[in-house]
Design a binder for this molecule. Sequence first.
Ligand code: PMP
Length: 387
Amino acid sequence: MAPLAKSVIYLDNAATTALDRRVLDAMYGVMSQGQTGNAHARHHIYGASAHNSVEAARRQVAESIGAEPGEIVFTSGATEANNLAIKGIAQHLRALGKTHIITSQVEHASVLEPLKELAKTGFELTILGVKPCGMIEADMIERALRPETGLVCVQAVNNEVGVIQPIEEITEMLAGRDVLFHCDAAQALGKSKFSVDFGIDFASLSAHKVYGPQGIGALYVRKERRQLLSPINSGGGQESGLRSGTLPAALCVGFGTACSLIENDTAHLRGLRWAFLSRIGWLKPIIYGHSHPQWNVPGILNIRFPGVDTETLIMALPDLAFGVGAACSSGGAKLSHVVRATTGSDQAARESIRLSFGRFTTHQEIRRAADLIIDAVENIKELQGAA
Ligand code: PMP
């Protein structure tokens, strides 16, 4: 890959983060051994060594969310984890006649799409709207419950507007109701307080959102629920039969190390957010997401300059790497279904951009990014005025 221009400021940490150097070092330790063993061939020293590394990583991942190591199923990322949870539980739910599922409009595509697939095979899906601040509240879900509701899927933190969903309130409301709860926690790990102790049955995680490598993630499966889940691919039966395929030892080690390094970046990110907003405040941008810091992660800032559309901003800001819509939508830029869901406006979705700061973002970069945006927005408005 050609070296990237260092002059381009990276403000797309919600899409993916840089590898932490310490993660890279740990992965290098595995990859530079000459022969990495297959973690499932434990009868010889190479396999046993890979197995030990993977199991140590599993403990680190588990610890970061308050789970037991045996409750962690490694996957290729949160997309696969979401698919495994949703499609994997379908057979069980169908057998019980619990074929109604509740979710929200602001979920990631890797939750919404598998749910829509289930809806084509006899499941009934309720996709709840959210409040203008982007939140879905427990009582909104409670009102949608039916006797045949078997599953509720709500993310912990939204990837586009940074809203923290009230997961504990939702699980408290669901307690004792015989309804399973799946939480896409890809954006929560390292960004907000997240623990499976909240009463979660399944939770999806991704390493590359926490300064770990791309291509690895996990599904947390509460041990009492393990027997309810069926695998979605067939093969050698690894991961206790739930996810066949050879585990990538170096990636697992990278993920584990990244989890062990989850630091409290909040103060740094809050500082960056405040510095950025105070510099551009006079442009009077509209900010999407919850306005209270308790309900919004500081590193994700979804912002709109009315009258300035996203496409024009992308072209005017070649030195800024930022997000538009969901990064995981193939083909790059796609209008944000989340901004549309929170505002009800296509215009808002066409004009919003997502800036996401990370552990390695500096105040100097933030100042420069703010100045570049100010120049770009002013130029665009001037040209519009002249037209
Ligand atoms: N869920 C959320 C909320 C995300 O932000 C993402 C990544 N954009 C995913 C799931 C998918 O994660 P992965 O890239 O690991 O498949």
